[in-house]
Each structure stands twice: as structure tokens, then as C-alpha cells.
Ligand binder design. Sequence first.
Ligand code: NDP
Length: 487
Amino acid sequence: MNVQPKASHYINGRFVEDEGGQALDVLYPATGEVIARLHAATPNIVELAIEAARAAQQSWARLKPVERGRILRKAADLLRERNAELSRLETLDTGKPIQETLVADAASAADALEFFAGAIQSFNGDFVDLGGPFAYTKREALGVCVGIGAWNYPIQIAVWKSGPALAMGNAFVFKPSENTPLSALALAEIYTEAGLPDGLFNVVQGFGDVGAALVSHPVTAKVSVTGSVPTGKKVMGLAGSHMKHATMELGGKSPIIVFDDADLENAIGGAMLGNFYSAGQVCSNGTRVFVQRGLHDRFLERLVERTKAIRLGDPLDEDTQMGPVMNADQHAKVMDYIASGKAEGATLAVGGSAPAMQGFEGGFFVEPTVFSGVTDQMRIAREEIFGPVMSVLSFDEEDEVIARANDTEFGLAAGVFTRDLPRAHRVIAELQAGTCWINAYNLTPVELPFGGYKASGIGRENGLAVLGHYSQLKSVYVETGNVESPY
Ligand code: NDP
């Protein structure tokens, strides 16, 4: 399999190569084979990208919002037309099953562009009546914005950041995760084809040092990172030392709370979606599943039955429900957590092995795994695993479960399953999490702001909220009388 792009980087509307950059091999996680060879950006490439963005930004910001929106909507159409090929590329880059990438990746990116193309047209400032004089506020672009992506939703992350940034009149430089560099290049070509002027969306490849160079460059105004909490802290520190705007979309260890009166099959379906989609590599996953004592045993029994039926295998086969995790390091990390769960006394209810898959011997597969009898202090209940490993914990009382659910440094997401709706709202109101679901899990429509409390994040993506994070507010006071000066 070979999906070698025309070059490593995309700058000023065209592909650019600099073989002086560190080699970057792209692996297909299902087999471990190299499917593309790229180079990380050299300082010269970083400079070219930022200069192209700087040069293009002001005339873009002067266009009417409706004109910017028209181009983004065209890009959305192209993403939809090419969904099949983009999904295949995303599957090869990430190992996620094609049945997921066909509906969740380029398709959600298209929805996002369509939403921002429309939303920008009514995202205006305010009129302020001052009783004679008046004032107005105006939303202005920040300038050149930087996006740094994680490897689980590469094209979606690229669009969730660049879509609102471009809509607001900014130029963008995106650094994908070095594990998944391919679909951002395809997106760059689509933007150009949709009519986006050269220089407004640039892709530079590389490792953390390239991300850091983009953030600390004097021309860039903002960074939005999707990644782990430790990376977020580093980037936030760097952005702070240069007084840049920053949005942090980071990791989690989110709770799903299932009360005795919940619909059993729906609660199990939600917990499985919240642990096994994308082989568990989803930031908002509800990896601590608290089940009330009266339902616990039935929940576990049925969960194990349904988990055993998950089809693991060839990601390009539309019947496959779960692919491998990202790479050898992630595989080792997940297996280490499974070993720690056993060692700390949790009960392995199902899964737990790295299965040998015929024809995919070099792949990074992990069985969907459920631990029961998990207690709050175990590592598998405290640390983000980022793999298909669910912890089931039992509880008795509402107050008790709220306190336990909140006892974490993270605060990205939370879910509650119950038929008692007053209780659902009461519990959600107490949970320290930025993104919550009642009787559902892990649905992230672009209309709804997404992001975390506590160490899980700062700022928001999606909804109208994100447009605020890609703009700055200008306040304008207008005098209608004379200047009353004592001098
Ligand atoms: P990492 O934190 O390892 O990396 C994120 C990105 O930051 C990568 O592009 C990485 O480059 C880059 N980077 C690393 N160090 C620096 C630095 N010092 N300065 C600038 N950039 C840097 O995350 P993963 O890619 O492993 O993704 C998994 C994590 O992302 C999980 O914790 C997950 O929860 C979180 N995530 C959060 C989401 C959210 O919206 N809240 C959504 C999806 C994932 P390189 O890859 O080269 O190291």
C-alpha cells in the first residue's frame, strides 16, 4: 500500500518539500507497513508557511463574511463528494475501521465547514446605548493562527480548528500529529480547489519542536492544541510566555453514571460507544463506568456478552468494528495498563489480550477489554489509557457517585443514564465536566460547544463559542456631542 503525497508540506497553495528535514515514516497501524515517507519541517519551511499566511490574511479578513462563507461551503461539498477516498486515507493513516471513518471523519468535517460558513454571517458585535453617545463592539480576526493536532481524528481536528479560524478572517498554519500527517494535505488541496486564496491554509509536518516553533514565532497570534494534558501544559506555558491566545483540547478520564432505573441496553450501548469507538482513542471517552448496585450484575453480564461480539480485524473491511491502536508505543502503553489493572486486583471480565490477527501480524491490536471490581485509586481508574479498556465501578448513592466522579484532575466529559429526568439534570449540574450527555454518550454535533473543565482544557471548539476564540473584540465609543474637557 502506498499513499505517498506529492510532498510533505503544503504552503501558499502548493506542495513543498525540503528533504533536509528529519525523516518521518507513516505506518499503517493494522500491519505496521510504511505507507508514506515524509520529512519534518525545517526552520525554513516554518518560516515560509508563516510568511505565506501573514501575507494572505488581511485581504481575506476584508472580504464580506458571506464571501468567505461561500468558499468554506464549497470546501464542505468537496469533502462530501470525496468522502469515500478521504475515509480510506484516514483508515490507512489511523487504523480506524472504514465503517467509522465513512461517517465520522471527513463527513463531520464537512458538517463543521457548512455550519461555520453560515454562523459567521450572524456572529456580530453589539450596539451599546450610552444615552446620547453610543458604542459598538466589533469582532476582528486575530491574524495568523496555529493548529496542532492529535492522531485520533486527523481531518476532523484540522477542520474544527481551521474552519472557524478561516471563517473569522484568520490565516492558518496546521501541524498534524506526526503519526497521521496525510489527510491534512488532502484537506489543503480541497480548500485550494474550493477557491481559498493561497497562503490561508498551510500544512507543515513535524514533531513537537515544530509545534513549539510555530507557537513561539513572533507573527503567530494564537494556538489551538488537541493533545494530552502534559503537552497542553507545555504549549500553554509557551503561549503564555509570548502572550498568545490559546485553546487547549486535552485528555480526560470521564465518568458515565448508570442508575438502577436506566434502560439497560441503552446504557450498555452508550458505555460501549464511550470506550470502544476508534479502539478507545477518543478524548471524551467515559472510561469510568459507575453502575448502581441494583443493576450492576445484569449490566456487567450483558456488557460482556455484547463486548465479545465486537468484530476486530481488517480496518478496510466494512464489517470490521474495531481496528488496531495507533502504534507500537500506544500498544505497549495500553497493555501495560491492562497488566496494572490485573496486578492491582481488578477482575478482567472480558478481553485483555493482544490478539494475533491472521494477515495482520504486524498490527497493533488490543481486544476490547472490560475490568469489573475497579476501585477509585487503581491506575486504570485514574489515568487516561487511550485504548479500548473500560473500568466498571459500583456505587450506592447519588451524592457518593457525584463526589467520586468529580475526584479527578480531568473534566472533559460526563454521562448520566437514568429514566428519572429531574435526577439526570440534578446530577449533571453537579458534575465538573465541560461536555455532558443525558441518556447518550460521545455525540459531538458541531452546533454544540465542546471542551473541558479543569486540566482537560481551556476555551471551546464548535458552536458559536469557538468563533469568539478565533477573534478579538474591538470596542468603539462614538461621541454625538461636544468633548467636555476641563482643560
Ligand atoms: P500529544 O499530546 O502527544 O500530541 C499532541 C500534538 O502536540 C502533536 O501534534 C504533538 O506533536 C504536538 N506536540 C508535542 N509536544 C509539543 C510541544 N512541546 N510544543 C508544541 N507541540 C507539541 O497527543 P497525542 O497525539 O498522543 O493524542 C492523544 C491525546 O490527545 C490524548 O490525551 C487525548 O485525550 C487528547 N485528545 C483530546 C481531544 C479533545 O478535544 N479534548 C480530542 C482528541 C485527543 P508530536 O505528535 O510530534 O509529538
